[in-house]
Design a protein around this ligand. Structure first.
Ligand SMILES: *Cc1c(COP(=O)(O)O)cnc(C)c1O
Length: 368
């Protein structure tokens, strides 16, 4: 089907670029193994296609947030990994009603609380990861809980493969909290390794890989950087664009000075203005916050989004474009020319949210 007949927003996902980003990031910690974070349907880009591509690129460890995501991932990977050799870890850890099923599906829990450690101990089952909170105050064991573990006997029977923590300020490489967290992690890990001497360390997500710190770790766990987006304002140039969002021009019209466009007429033409109406809207994840702020690329030219973003449509001012624009041409919302980070910043958000907000009407096309 041609673009003209589909008239539908289209997300192109470059699986070769994911594999290349996997290799680029792995090379940033040559001594560490690399896990891929594929939670939330691979940040909205499609775990069914991306996880097998990562496995083919050599990835053997994966993280998701929920138990059910892990069950789904095991199922997806069974096509390429029938023996179930890949490690699948669950960030949110076990709950009373699913703890017994972790082993059935070969899932490794992250233990975030003493309660989760007790639950896991009751199952008497297999390796787990301990999450140490080093300042994010979100998930993970607190200092007091760590003391309780160290001074008591209760948890020693657990098999702990990794100790992990997470940077709260990683998006800002210059933030002194980063070094503080890395030190706290190292200190706590040293204490816990008196109980679990073979436990390895895992600290860095995408942002951690770009920090100017020497970090001892055996497992890195990037997510967003695999998908081509930087965790910070200026992402590493080395990452390849993975996701490109395009939407079709549905109609072109000329309006006179003084006329407005879209709901509530929030844009008024100051001159004779040519408008292109484009088939994408906030229902597709094109944020309404981009009303009069967005930029789309049409045949080589950047064009401002004018008027309010509506549910299915946006309007771009194409008066100044050099080339031709016709009904059926595809406008780039983000991709090779409009960086997703810039698009996100104009909407007052981050690439993570832009990706995960992409709606179900968007056609996904995977390039291999
Ligand atoms: C989501 C998440 C990651 C991956 O983060 P990115 O910034 O996408 O690389 C790693 N670790 C934890 C604990 C997470 O919640």
């Amino acid at each position: 089907m041609s673009d003209i007949t589909t008239h539908r927003p289209r997300l192109t996902i470059d699986l070769a670029a994911v594999a290349e980003n996997y290799r680029t990031l792995a090379a940033m910690r040559p001594k560490a193994d690399m896990a891929a974070v594929v939670k939330a349907d691979c940040y909205g880009l499609g775990v069914d296609r991306i996880a097998p591509a990562l496995f083919a690129a050599g990835c053997r460890a994966f993280f998701v947030a929920y138990f059910f995501e892990g069950v789904h991932l095991r199922e997806i990977l069974s096509r390429v990994d029938p023996e179930g050799t890949a490690t699948i870890c669950i960030f949110n850890g076990p709950a009373r009603d699913d703890v017994d099923d972790f082993t059935t599906h070969g899932l490794t829990p992250v233990l975030n609380t003493l309660e989760q450690m007790r639950l896991w101990r009751q199952t008497g089952n297999g390796p787990a990861i301990i999450h140490i909170d080093t300042g994010m105050n979100r998930l993970g064991l607190t200092g007091r809980e760590i003391d309780e573990i160290i001074s008591g006997e209760a948890y020693r029977s657990l098999e702990i493969s990794y100790l992990m923590s997470h940077f709260a300020f990683g998006a800002n490489a210059a933030d002194p909290h980063n070094a503080g967290q890395a030190e706290a992690f190292s200190r706590t890990a040293t204490s816990l390794r008196k109980i679990w001497p073979s436990a390895k360390l895992s600290l860095s997500a995408s942002a951690g890989l770009f920090l100017p710190l020497e970090i001892e770790e055996a497992l890195i766990r990037p997510g967003v950087a695999l998908y081509g987006a930087g965790p910070q304002d200026h992402p590493e140039q080395a990452l390849k664009t993975v996701a490109s969002l395009h939407a079709p021009i549905l109609q072109i019209r000329d309006i006179a000075p003084g006329e407005t466009c879209g709901y509530s007429g929030t844009f008024t033409a100051q001159r004779p203005t040519r408008l292109a109406t484009i088939g994408i809207g906030y229902a597709d994840g094109y944020c309404r916050a981009l009303s009069n702020k967005g930029v789309v690329r049409i045949n080589g030219d950047d064009c401002p989004v004018v008027g309010n973003v509506s549910m299915d449509l946006i309007i771009a001012d194409i008066s100044d474009i050099e080339g031709d624009a016709r009904v059926g041409d595809m406008a780039e919302c983000f991709g090779d020319n409009i960086r997703v980070e810039d698009h996100a910043a104009r909407a007052g958000t981050i690439a993570y949210e832009v990706f995960t907000m992409l709606g179900g009407r968007i056609q996904k096309i995977y390039r291999t």
